[in-house]
Design a protein around this ligand. Structure first.
Ligand code: ADP
Length: 386
């Protein structure tokens, strides 16, 4: 037996998972190093125990070695034969899982300006993994890849044409999650898998995707993962005039604006209380209620836009932390959409049942699993390279 490793790098955390190698890889150990910096902490779940350990100072570069030290005793002498990395941005060049050769890593470095808040961290993890696992096949899986092939209206901004040619495009993100959900639909709901689907990934990051015949045709995130829906701390769609106002009238620096739109907006900014939906749902404060209503309304509005781009809707799918667990948000989104054929059973909704729709449009809750998509890509690459 051998193992695959998956690494999912965020700005302040690295999630990892170890899989038993197979065409459909089987999860063996999962975990996260969070709060990277002076007070990093490891959480790890094996078949028999849950481990929490304060690690002291660990940065992105050191995270892979720390993870491997903790995981190695569980390998019992068996080897890791492939490593899969989640990479936020694949630009125009990478639209399927790709072996991370030195040339590819160099090309990914060129994409840093397109995702300055994410890409450098992924690259630091990739470099570290190449050192800790020399000679092991390393595969990059791109969040943008699922959205490759959008038609021009869903790929361009109406700004001078040369910016499009330079790569200022609507790329779309959360592709690994949407890819996983489509694979679950093929497995569990083959009758609708090729229909007109609207998928809402509602985690700390949130976005929606319109899918037809298993392919993304439209995404709510675009050039960056800050567009579209409001999120835990990101603002979502924003009039560019607001950015000009912040720069010209309020004389805010690019760093200050970045901090506002990425870290101080969304549910946190509106509620002035928390980015965490669980906290807001328990709050009696007016701002918390308004934040939930704003969030739900923007999702509903996006369902309408997605349905229009699909020329109809056969299924609405909720996923990720809020999508899988918040009956209130799902209810807020669905109740006013009866005109589209969307109605839900409140008892099933309260119970987070897999299927909650009662009308023409199927309404489903499907837990996402981005790591599984990465592990499958590693399995496919390993079988090709044998
Ligand atoms: P990430 O994008 O970091 O993977 P998750 O998919 O775990 O995030 O989603 C995190 C969000 O899900 C948080 O806003 C959290 O409050 C929300 N969430 C998790 N469980 C519940 C619940 N039972 N009810 C409402 N919201 C929940």
């Amino acid at each position: 037996m051998s193992f695959y490793f998956t690494l999912n790098t965020g700005s302040s955390s690295v999630k990892f998972a170890l899989y038993k190698a197979a065409t459909e890889p089987e999860l063996f150990i999962s975990g996260i190093i969070e709060r990277l910096g002076p007070h990093a902490r490891l959480k790890m779940q094996t078949a028999s125990e849950q481990i929490v350990e304060d690690l002291g100072h660990v940065d992105h570069a050191g995270a892979v070695a720390s993870i491997f030290t903790r995981v190695e005793p569980h390998l019992k002498g068996k080897s890791v034969v492939g490593i899969g990395h989640r990479i936020v941005h694949g630009g125009n060049a990478f639209y399927k899982p790709t072996e991370l050769t030195s040339e590819v890593v160099q090309e990914l470095e060129q994409l840093i300006p397109l995702a300055p808040l994410h890409q450098p961290y992924s690259l630091a993890t990739i470099r570290a993994a190449k050192q800790v696992f020399p000679g092991v096949l390393q595969i990059g899986c791109f969040d943008t890849a699922f959205h490759a092939g959008h038609t021009f209206p869903n790929d361009a901004f109406a700004i001078p044409r040369h910016f499009y040619e330079e790569g200022v495009r609507r790329y779309g993100f959360h592709g690994l999650s949407f890819d996983y959900i489509c694979s679950e639909l093929r497995r569990e709901y083959p009758d609708i898998a090729n229909g007109r689907l609207v998928i809402a990934h509602l985690g700390n990051g949130a976005s929606m995707c319109a899918v037809e015949e298993g392919r993304s045709i439209n995404a709510s995130t675009s050039f960056s993962a800050v567009d579209g829906l409001p999120m835990g701390t990101r603002c979502g769609r924003l009039d560019p005039g607001v950015m000009l106002y912040l720069m010209q009238e309020k004389e805010l620096s690019p760093e200050e604006i970045e901090s506002i739109i990425y870290r101080r907006s969304g549910l946190l900014g509106l509620s002035e209380e928390s980015s965490d939906m669980r906290v807001l749902e328990h709050s009696e404060e007016l701002f918390a209620k308004q934040a939930i209503n704003y969030y739900s309304y923007q999702i509903r509005r996006e369902v309408g836009a997605m349905a229009a781009s699909l020329e109809g809707i056969d299924a609405l799918i909720f996923s990720a932390g809020v999508g899988e667990n918040s009956a209130r948000v799902r209810s807020n989104v669905c109740e006013p959409l009866e005109f589209l054929g969307i109605t839900i059973d409140q008892e099933k909704n309260m119970a987070n049942a897999p299927e909650i729709g009662t009308g023409r449009v199927r309404v489903l809750i499907i837990p996402t699993n981005e790591e599984q998509v990465i592990a499958r890509a590693v399995a496919a690459a390993c079988s090709k390279s044998q």
